[in-house]
Design a protein around this ligand. Structure first.
Ligand code: ZN
Length: 223
């Protein structure tokens, strides 16, 4: 299950040239889905295939209902440090890798405000689920997925420093679906924005992601 971040009234991050994260994530996710289906023979679905709002809980629910083997939420956020660039991937954790990871998760978890829902309830759910996270397989598989995808992507794409990261993302809370959030790059960085707004460069990112997602699914943790 591929999850293009943001959508509808929630643009996500906005780049220096006005590039909207919601458009980047949808375009990349569609291309990854196409490649996974055509080239890698992986049954693939999208949480959204057009420009619409989807609450974070709904994204999780769609993946769980489909009994997805893997959930990958695709993003291209911004960072306070304009020098920050490169791909990184997050798994769920109450302990964030660092303060930037923590702020990023808070920012992402705010997405629900565009849908007019109570995000306090969402935070409580995250806590409950984490406490009950006895689903060790899900957690291990998520870590394997992060490692496989980041290492593989690093052969062809620029990585952020410390690219294997963790934070308390509401969209990663499915207790029974291994889940990852991929930051393809930073719209706050001029070079990354250039890459993410150029169709050819986006396709290149999509090819790498499709290849590495297929590699994740062939790992014994996913057999
Ligand atoms: Zn985002």
């Amino acid at each position: 299950m591929l999850d293009p971040g943001h959508g509808g009234p929630d643009p996500g991050a906005i780049g220096l040239h006005g590039t909207q994260e919601k458009d980047v994530t949808l375009d990349i996710a569609r291309e990854v889905a196409r490649l996974l289906i055509d080239r890698h023979r992986v049954v693939t679905r999208l949480t959204r295939s057009d420009d619409r709002f989807l609450a974070l809980d709904d994204r999780v629910a769609i993946a769980r209902k489909a009994e997805a083997d893997l959930f990958v939420s695709i993003h291209a956020d911004s960072a306070p440090n304009v020098g920050a660039r490169g791909l990184s991937a997050y798994t769920l954790s109450t302990k964030a890798s660092d303060s930037f990871a923590s702020r990023l998760a808070q920012q992402e978890n705010q997405a629900d405000r565009f849908g007019g829902r109570d995000s306090k309830a969402g935070r409580q759910i995250v806590k409950d689920i984490l406490r009950d996270l006895t689903a060790r397989h899900t957690r291990n598989a998520s870590l394997v997925a992060r490692q496989t995808l980041v290492r593989g992507a690093g052969r062809d794409l620029r990585l952020l420093d410390n690219p294997m990261r963790a934070a308390n993302f509401a969209v990663l809370k499915a207790p029974d679906v291994p889940s990852l959030l991929v930051e393809t790059g930073f719209l706050s960085n001029p070079q990354d924005e250039e890459m993410l707004r150029t169709p050819d460069a986006r396709r290149r990112v999509a090819r790498v992601l499709a290849r590495e997602i297929a590699a994740v699914l062939s790992h014994r943790q996913f057999a």
